[in-house]
Design a protein around this ligand. Structure first.
Ligand code: UDP
Length: 329
């Protein structure tokens, strides 16, 4: 298929592009505004620098490349930032996303795989979280993604747009190929921050909240290897092309680790003590987010290959120690 990958130069996006190229079956066109993505993270395909706000550009791309399917990952994705700047999140994740959906309808592209998030659930009432768990986001980021899921459901009914939403838990690690990894500027994610402490780039990691209702008082998250996330996108596209109905799937490993446990794991992998201090809670953070991913395993045959936290951290460490300043340095 001819596939447009929005946000394909980002962390998850570049790993999805790597897996799509590996199949040898798809023509991949990446659209990314490079506000957060890195040109160097793209291992192939056509690259177009641009933004979803540019509807003329979207029309040109759909026409020129005969786009049949979209993997939509271009978005803002920081919980804390979304609480402070909800306008940015609703503009980029909802309004600009609508431009994309409308271009799909105009050009008769029928399939979309959407990067959604565990943040759509809010504070869980049951763990592990299944896809049917109530969706009551505690921050504008989760809300923006949930709105978009609902919009796609309406577009399916009205225009036959088939969609699979993948609700990511915590993407982590780096490609086992060693070619690409995680590089956010500024970095805000837990594992790369801890690794930056190990590399001497930061003095310490601050633990955001130690008074949560969890065994050690710190937030518990379900970390999933970014390449396992990426392979799920390929399966989802194949399913849609084979006639699957629209659906939503969680992507996690079904096991939670606290912030302290993650720091301890990085200490073990890198073989160095990690300086840490205890800080205030970060706005919008639920205490525990752990996935049930049984639905995607059963229905699409997804099987994570790198599910243990040690392997996830090891792949992250392998990339960061070779690229301490990230891409392009
Ligand atoms: N976290 C932390 N210190 C940091 C960064 C993150 O304690 O410097 C915590 C954060 O509050 C959350 C977990 O680590 O409970 C994972 O955060 P991250 O930003 O990596 O991912 P998110 O859960 O926001 O998707």
């Amino acid at each position: 298929m001819n596939i447009l990958v929005t946000g394909g130069a980002g962390y998850v996006g570049s790993h999805v592009v790597e897996e799509l190229l590996k199949t040898g079956q798809h023509k991949v066109v990446v659209l990314d505004n490079l506000q957060k993505g890195h040109r160097e993270s793209l291992l192939g395909g056509e690259f177009i620098e641009g933004d979803l706000a540019d509807t003329n550009l979207l029309d040109e791309i759909f026409t020129k490349y005969g786009i049949e399917a979209v993997v939509h990952m271009a978005a803002d994705s920081l919980v804390g930032e979304s609480v402070e700047h909800p306008d940015k999140y609703f503009n980029n994740n909802v309004t600009n996303g609508l431009n994309l959906l409308n271009a799909m309808v105009r050009h008769d592209a029928r399939y979309i795989v959407f990067s959604s998030t565990a943040a759509v659930y809010g504070e869980p009432i049951e763990t592990p979280i299944t896809e049917d768990h109530p969706q009551v986001p505690t921050n504008p980021y989760g809300e923006s993604k949930l709105f978009f899921e609902k919009i796609m459901a309406r577009y399916d009914k009205a225009y036959g747009l088939k969609h699979i939403s993948l609700r990511y838990f915590n993407a982590a690690g780096a490609s086992p190929s060693g070619a690409i990894g995680e590089d956010h500027r500024p970095e805000s994610h837990l594992i790369p921050i801890i690794i930056q402490v190990a590399l001497g780039i930061r003095d310490k990691v601050i633990i955001f909240g130690t008074d949560y209702d969890t065994p050690d008082g710190t937030c518990v998250r379900d970390y999933i290897h970014v390449t396992d996330l990426a392979t799920a996108h390929v399966l989802a596209l194949d399913a849609l092309a084979d006639g699957a109905e629209s659906n939503v799937y969680n992507l996690g490993n079904g096991e939670g680790f606290s912030v302290r446990e993650v720091i301890d794991m990085v200490e073990k992998v890198v073989g160095k003590p990690i300086a840490r201090s205890e800080g205030a809670r970060r706005a919008g953070d639920p205490a525990v987010l752990v996935a049930s991913s049984h639905r995607i395993m059963k229905e699409l045959g997804w099987q994570p290959k790198y599910h243990d936290l040690e392997t996830i951290v090891q792949t992250a460490w392998d990339w960061h120690r070779r690229h301490p300043q990230g891409f392009g340095a």
